[in-house]
Design a protein around this ligand. Structure first.
Ligand SMILES: Cc1cc2nc3c(=O)[nH]c(=O)nc-3n(C[C@H](O)[C@H](O)[C@H](O)COP(=O)(O)OP(=O)(O)OC[C@H]3O[C@@H](n4cnc5c(N)ncnc54)[C@H](O)[C@@H]3O)c2cc1C
Length: 315
């Protein structure tokens, strides 16, 4: 699950190379899931590692939606004005206005996520990388991130204008806690270690030696696309309308699919092959279908990661 995006992309790139396509670093920079500014990788951003704090933003959108909602789309001049795309994630302010009854639902499941430098000490764990260790009502997922070239060095060679963090091979670990798992004041590491009494010393050391700035405790919420709104000049994309638990490894991919589909629908409108309202409607109808399916798929996969969890029903 953890490296789905990178593995899938690497596989496709290999196929393209075999077919004789030339792939350049710039091409990869466009599609690579890491590093990136917008796709969360375990809930973090590369800027975190650079020590750059994102600028504060006001979560309330300064947009008056009432004029749009009170007018017929044709009367509002839709087609000549911009389309507002709410791509603002699971807590979407745009969604709260557009479809106020579509709310995030807490699955109760908690993720503790961290990363630890990949040292010789953890060589013995290599068979567990890419796997799942289950015990004491939790599961621990491990993945080794080995850089053929450390990112900072790669950027200096390939794209000197880009500054990447000076990080080296690490083990990414994620512990899935059952409902009612602690979200109290303990640190992420303390929470994980409290569930690992009697576990192998190397596994405990892995958590103890984690980078605290890259370890965190997350509630897992879902947003299921349910109520359709009348198509108009405001729409939603990605986690704002279909937030999936990470157990499907499909959240970011589905968001990218939205962007691609919406883009193609809008091009059709711009080329006069369908009117803008029909284009947005077509996007939303398809997105609701596969977005809902992505959420159901990830929810169905949850119990396999949380021992003793009853299968959560879609809302
Ligand atoms: C632990 C974990 C592991 C995951 N693993 C995978 C995986 O392996 N594969 C996969 O495909 N998906 C995975 N996902 C899911 C993936 O992270 C999400 O599906 C994806 O980030 C959703 O993208 P998005 O752009 O819709 O929303 P987000 O990534 O949440 O982006 C929304 C952006 O909007 C910004 N924003 C919000 N409100 C405002 C505002 N008012 N003004 C300005 N900006 C605002 C936010 O700061 C944020 O940058 C995982 C998620 C988690 C939590």
């Amino acid at each position: 699950m953890i490296f789905h995006d990178a593995l899938d992309i690497a596989e496709i790139v290999r196929q393209l190379l075999e077919e004789g396509w030339e792939i350049h670093p710039e091409d990869l920079a466009h599609i690579a899931p890491y590093p990136t500014e917008h796709i969360k990788r375990f809930g973090e951003y590369s800027t975190h590692e650079l020590g750059i704090e994102p600028e504060a933003y006001d979560p309330k959108l300064d947009v008056d939606f009432t004029q749009l909602r009170d007018q017929e789309p044709a009367a509002s001049g839709f087609g000549e004005r911009d389309l507002l795309v709410g791509a603002d994630g699971v807590g979407s302010a745009v969604r709260q206005v557009l479809t106020p009854r579509t709310n995030p639902r807490d699955t109760g499941v908690r993720f503790v996520i961290g990363r630890t430098p990949l040292t010789e000490q953890f060589a013995g764990l290599s068979r567990a990388y890419g796997g799942k260790i289950v015990g004491g009502g939790v599961s621990l997922l491990l993945g080794a991130m080995r850089f053929p070239i450390p990112p900072k060095e790669a950027a200096e060679k390939l794209a000197p204008e880009v500054t990447l963090p000076d990080i080296h091979d690490y083990v990414r670990w994620a512990m899935v806690l059952p409902p009612n798992g602690s979200l109290d004041t303990s640190t992420a590491q303390e929470t994980a270690l409290s569930r690992m009494k009697g576990w192998h010393p190397d596994l405990r050391a892995l958590i103890e030696q984690a980078d605290p700035d890259n370890s965190t405790l997350l509630p897992i919420g879902v947003v299921e696309p349910g109520e359709r709104w009348a198509p108009g000049p405001v729409t939603l994309l990605g986690g704002a309308i279909h937030a999936t638990p990470p157990t499907g490894g499909n959240g970011a991919n589905t968001g990218l699919r939205d962007a691609d589909l919406l883009g193609r629908c809008l091009i059709e409108a711009a080329e006069g092959r369908q009117d803008p309202l029909t284009a947005v409607d077509s996007y939303e109808r398809q997105m609701f279908e596969y977005g809902g399916e992505a959420v159901r798929h990830s929810l169905a996969a949850l119990p396999a990661f949380v021992p003793n969890l009853e299968r959560p029903e879609p809302a």
